[in-house]
Design a protein around this ligand. Structure first.
Ligand code: PLA
Length: 461
C-alpha cells in the first residue's frame, strides 16, 4: 500500500512509542485512520506559508500534511491505551483518579448533595468575572491558609479561581516570566506536566534533588544543598503535601529547615497543593507546610486543585493565590493575574466552583467532606498494606517497605521502565514509565493480581 510521507511518519512514530501500544491491531487502526483521513483531502495548491509549504513533500496538499504525530501524554495517554486493551484482566493504575473498592469512579455524597441544592436554586449561567467567583475564592483561601491566617485578615492575599491546578500553574508561570523570572526550580522527580507547563509559560525549568532512589526516601541534605546554590530570588516549586510521584514529604522539622534556607536565599516558595486531604487523611492538617511558611513571613504563592480531594476532576476547580506584603501590593498582583487569564480563557467555569462553595460555606457539609475525603485516604492506605503483604507473601527478596511508608495517591514502586513495559504487555497493568502506581486504582479485587504481576516482572528480586 502506498502511504504518503506524513502517513509513513505517523506509522513510524506510532511504532516508536510502542510502549503504549500493546497490539498490532492498534497499528492497523492507526494505518486505516491515516488513510481515511488523508484520502478525503481535496488537492488544492497552497500559497504562502513558505516553511509549512517546504516542510511538505511535493504533491502533498493538505494544510496539515507536515504535522507529525506527537507522542501520547505519559499520564493521560495511559487511559487511551487502557481503553483499547480488551483483556478482561486489565488494570488502570496510571492517572491519579480515585476509585472505590469496586473499581468505579467515586462521587462524594456531600458533592451529590451540593449539586442537588444548586440545581434546586435554578442559578443562571452568566459569565464569571475574570478572577472567578469571589465567594469560592475566599473559601478556597481559608481552606488552605486556615481561618485564622493573619495575611488573610490583613487582606494581603491576592486570589483567583483557576482552571484547576494545571491552569493555576500556567497562569502563575506566565506571570513570573512577565515579571523577570527566567527560571523555576522543581523537585527531581516531580509531576511530569510541571515541566511543559513552565516551559510553555516561558521559564527555564531547573531541578533540585529531592528523592534518593537507593534508600527510597527523601534526599534531604542534597535538597538543602541545592537550595543553597539557587540564585537569590529564584522561584522554587514545592509540593504542599503527598508529593507526586514519590509519596515522600518532608517532616515538620525538615519543612522548617526548608523555610529557613528559603528565607536566607530570598527564594520565592510556590506551593502546588493538589492533594490536600490525601496525605494525613485530614484536609485541614495537610495544609501545615503552607501555613508554616506564611507564619514564617514568606510571600508565597499557592496553587490549589480540587480535583482529587473533592473528586471534581472534570469540573476543573482550582485557585491561585499570592501572599503580598500589604493590601495595595496584593491588588496590583491580582490585576496582573487577571491580565494573564483574560486572553487565555477569559474566565473560569462556574459549576464545580459552586459545588465547592456550597460545601465550604457550611460547617456541617465541610465536616462531611473531611470525613469522606478521609475515607478515600484510608482505603488507599489499606491497599498499600495489602499490596505490600501480598508482595512479601510471594517471597520477594526485595524490600517493599516503601509502599507503606509513602503517602498520598501514589506508590513510587522502584520498578524499572522495562518492568513497567512488561507489566503492560504481559499483564495488562497500566502505570507510568517511572514506576509510579496509582494506589487509588488498587482494589481488594485486583491487589493480588497486581502483586503477582509485579513479582513476575521483577523475578521476585
Ligand atoms: N499538580 C500535581 C502535583 C498533580 O499531581 C496534578 C494532577 C495537578 C497539579 C493538576 O491537577 P488538576 O489540573 O486536575 O487540578 N496529576 C494527576 C493527573 C492526578 C494528571 O496528570 O493530569 C496525575 O495522575 O499525576
Amino acid at each position: 500500500m502506498f502511504l504518503r510521507p506524513a502517513a509513513q511518519d505517523l506509522l513510524r512514530r506510532t511504532a516508536d512509542i510502542g510502549v503504549l501500544r500493546t497490539t498490532a491491531s492498534n497499528l492497523r487502526g492507526a494505518r486505516s485512520a491515516v488513510v481515511s483521513t488523508t484520502s478525503t483531502c481535496t488537492p488544492s495548491p497552497r500559497r504562502g506559508f513558505a516553511d509549512a509549504a517546504s516542510a511538505t513533500a511535493v504533491g502533498n496538499t493538505s494544510h496539515w500534511a507536515h504535522f507529525n504525530m506527537a507522542p501520547p501524554d505519559p499520564i493521560i495517554g495511559l487511559n487511551e491505551a487502557y481503553n483499547k486493551d480488551d483483556s478482561p484482566d486489565k488494570v488502570n493504575v496510571g492517572v491519579g483518579a480515585y476509585r472505590c473498592d469496586q473499581g468505579a469512579p467515586y462521587v462524594l455524597p456531600v458533592v451529590r448533595e451540593a449539586e442537588k441544592a444548586i440545581i434546586a436554586e435554578g442559578m443562571d449561567h452568566e459569565y464569571s468575572g475574570i478572577a472567578g467567583d469571589p465567594d469560592f475564592v475566599n473559601l478556597a483561601l481559608k481552606f488552605v491558609y486556615g481561618d485564622d491566617c493573619a495575611a488573610l485578615r490583613e487582606k494581603r492575599v491576592a486570589g483567583v479561581q483557576t482552571l484547576s491546578g494545571t491552569g493555576g500553574l500556567r497562569v502563575f508561570g506566565e506571570t513570573l516570566a512577565t515579571f523577570g523570572h527566567k527560571h523555576i526550580y522543581v523537585p527531581n522527580p516531580t509531576w511530569g506536566n510541571h515541566i511543559p507547563i513552565f516551559t510553555n509559560a516561558g521559564l527555564e525549568v531547573r531541578k533540585y534533588r529531592y528523592y534518593d532512589n537507593d534508600t527510597c526516601s527523601l534526599d534531604f541534605s542534597n535538597l538543602i544543598d541545592d537550595m543553597r546554590a539557587m540564585p537569590e530570588g529564584s522561584c522554587i516549586l514545592l509540593h504542599a503535601c503527598a508529593h507526586n510521584p514519590t509519596g515522600m514529604d518532608p517532616t515538620v522539622d525538615q519543612w522548617k529547615d526548608i523555610s529557613d534556607v528559603a528565607l536566607e536565599r530570598n527564594l520565592l516558595p510556590f506551593f502546588d497543593s493538589a492533594y490536600q486531604g490525601f496525605a494525613s487523611g485530614d484536609a485541614r492538617k495537610d495544609a501545615a507546610a503552607v501555613r508554616m511558611f506564611v507564619e514564617e513571613g514568606h510571600n508565597i504563592a499557592v496553587v490549589q486543585s480540587f480535583s482529587k480531594n473533592f473528586g471534581l476532576y472534570g469540573q476543573r476547580v482550582g485557585a491561585l493565590s499570592v501572599v503580598a506584603a500589604e493590601p495595595d501590593e496584593a491588588s496590583r498582583v491580582l490585576s496582573q493575574l487577571k491580565v494573564h487569564i483574560r486572553p487565555s480563557y477569559s474566565n473560569p467555569p462556574r459549576h464545580g466552583a459552586r459545588i465547592v462553595t456550597k460545601i465550604l460555606a457550611d460547617p456541617e457539609k465541610t465536616n462531611d467532606f473531611v470525613d469522606q475525603c478521609m475515607g478515600m485516604a484510608k482505603r488507599i492506605d489499606g491497599m498499600r498494606y495489602e499490596l505490600r503483604q501480598a508482595l512479601e507473601g510471594l517471597g520477594s527478596s526485595r524490600s517493599w517497605d516503601h509502599v507503606t511508608s509513602q503517602i498520598g495517591m501514589f506508590a513510587y514502586s522502584g520498578l524499572t521502565k522495562d518492568q513497567v513495559v512488561a507489566l503492560r504487555e504481559k499483564h495488562h497493568i497500566y502505570c507510568t514509565l517511572d514506576g509510579r502506581i496509582s494506589m487509588a486504582g488498587v482494589t481488594s479485587n485486583n491487589v493480588e493480581y497486581i502483586a503477582r504481576a509485579i513479582h513476575d516482572v521483577t523475578g521476585g528480586k
